[in-house]
Design a protein around this ligand. Structure first.
Ligand code: FES
Length: 111
């Protein structure tokens, strides 16, 4: 079973965490099951980009983003080469390291 190493984020996991997850599961679902409250405004159908994350290590082991994910990523805050939508990432056997962006596109949640 792959591990997800979460880098510290002040709201989502202040100390960072390591999650043991099921191969084939989506990254977004795995985070929610582990009570990491990642935003997922479109209910994980690749239509909002609020589940944007950076895959800092292990990203080469994942399937490439498809056109739908690529189109939504264009709307993500702080887009980088390592950006992915957590609802589109299916975990394989390789461990990955994930960093959460400082902001999301979900204006409804902004203070
Ligand atoms: S939850 Fe909307 S794009 Fe992932």
């Amino acid at each position: 079973m792959p591990l997800i190493h979460l880098l510290p984020h002040p709201d989502l996991c202040p100390e960072g965490r390591v999650l043991d997850v099921k191969r084939g599961a989506s990254l977004c679902e795995s985070l929610l099951i582990a009570n990491v409250a990642i935003e997922h405004a479109c209910e994980m159908v690749a239509a909002c980009s609020t589940c944007h994350v950076y895959v800092r290590e292990g990203g080469a082991s994942l399937a490439e983003p498809d056109d739908e994910e690529g189109d939504q990523l264009d709307h993500a805050w702080g887009l980088e080469a390592q950006s992915r939508l957590a609802c589109c990432v299916k975990l394989r056997d390789t461990d990955i390291t994930v960093e959460f962006p400082k902001h999301t596109r979900n204006h409804a949640r902004e203070h």
